[in-house]
Write a protein that binds this ligand. Structure first.
Ligand code: SF4
Ligand code: SF4
Length: 374
């Protein structure tokens, strides 16, 4: 295992963290074996949330049986905005379920809208600072699915020790948040590189070929780990065997995080050029806002991936979440386009956005999908 300094928390954190969202969906013995295997392999950070069903109490039971002392583990949970007078009790509930008397890290779960940040700064943080003084909580951070502007604003408050961020090879919109977090010396935890990063545990053949000599998932891990501003990647695994790709990504960092990685990136870009030509969305976000609430860049990102890399299944998974997950995944399906033309003069690529939206809807529209823990 490789460990990195988790920003100003000064913790030495394993470059892979064990996420627990999916552990609640497998038999308890399998969950236990997965946690044991992860810890035995040197993963020292376990991450959960109040919102992940019974994940906290499941982990609480498993933690009792692990052969490593509590102080060798970094334990993080997350809580969503809630009435201020319930916050202490809510935090106490997490400690009770996890069967611990302190949390190394506590994150506000989903600073997705400006009002969430306002609530955190005005109501949430004062309570958690008090809990910190009393020794219940070590470090305070936040997770986010919000806009880049909001993420930068939250980071620049200087109030947080770490951030849980969406940033992946196939979605680099939040790149400047990495730099902002580095300037604040914050720990950076990357959310879900395997699943939200492109369903890379189940890659299409074309993508597998382009990513050689790596699997697409190993490539995605290596891309992230090559960036020293990133400290740890979440593994949402449910069985011990799934650790193998993570270990593969740690082999030969000198060769694999340098030239070979760049060659794969080059090939991926060439595929985009070949399959998308002048219809490639450059992901500049200049077309927003759309009066109908269509998240044009995200719709067209999914089109880019489906056409260039055959990532249609991933595209369908994400596209059919539009309109289903509120601020966790904002936007509506592309058939809401009225062809008003507002976005057209703002697109530097001069894309025929309504035509591309219509095509993407035909390509990706299936039954609506809800988020896993809702
Ligand atoms: S043309 Fe369609 S996508 Fe563009 S702004 Fe109008 S409704 Fe939105
Ligand atoms: S302005 Fe054009 S290139 Fe930029 S994100 Fe929107 S559609 Fe894509």
């Amino acid at each position: 295992m490789i460990y990195r300094r988790f920003g100003r928390t000064e913790q030495r954190i394993s470059v892979f963290s064990l996420g627990s969202m999916r552990l609640v969906n497998v038999p308890p013995a399998q969950a236990q074996a997965t946690v044991e295997a992860a810890v035995a392999a040197g993963i020292n950070h376990i991450e959960t949330a109040q919102a992940y069903g019974h994940a906290e109490s499941l982990l609480g039971e498993i933690l009792q049986t692990l052969p490593v002392p509590r102080q060798q583990l970094i334990l993080t949970t997350k809580l969503t905005p809630q009435p201020q007078d319930q916050l202490r009790e809510s935090l106490q509930g997490s400690l009770t379920r996890l069967r611990v008397d302190y949390l190394d890290q506590l994150a506000f779960h989903g600073i997705n809208l400006p009002e969430h940040l306002q609530w955190v700064l005005q109501e949430g943080l004062p309570v958690l600072r008090q809990a910190q003084k009393e020794g219940w909580v070590g470090h305070i951070g936040f997770s986010t699915h919000g806009s880049l502007d909001l993420i930068l604003e939250a980071i620049q408050t200087g109030s947080f020790d770490f951030v849980n961020l969406h940033y992946h090879f196939f979605q680099q919109r939040n790149r400047s948040a990495l730099e902002a977090a580095a300037q604040q010396d914050m720990g950076v935890f990357i959310i879900s590189p395997a699943d939200k990063g492109g369903m890379l545990y189940h890659p299409p053949q074309r993508l597998q070929e382009v990513c050689q000599p790596f699997s697409p998932l190993e490539f995605a891990y290596r891309f992230l780990l090559a960036d020293p501003r990133i400290h740890t990647l979440s593994l949402g695994i449910t069985q011990p065997q799934e650790l193998q790709t993570a270990w593969a990504a740690l082999r030969d960092p000198e060769g694999g995080w340098g030239n070979v990685l760049r060659q794969v990136q080059q090939r991926l870009q060439e595929r985009e050029q070949e399959h998308l030509g002048t219809t490639r969305c450059a992901q500049c976000y200049a077309c927003l806002p759309c009066p109908e609430g269509i998240h044009i860049p995200e719709v067209l990102r999914l089109r880019n991936l489906a056409l260039a890399h055959d990532m249609t299944e991933f595209g369908q998974y994400r596209y059919n979440m539009f309109g289903q997950a509120g601020h966790w995944f904002p936007g509506v399906t592309a058939d809401c386009c009225t062809e008003c033309g507002d976005c057209l003069p703002r697109c530097p690529e001069q894309l025929q956005i309504p035509d591309l939206l219509r095509e993407t809807h035909q390509l990706l529209h299936r039954s609506p999908i809800r988020r896993l823990w809702e």
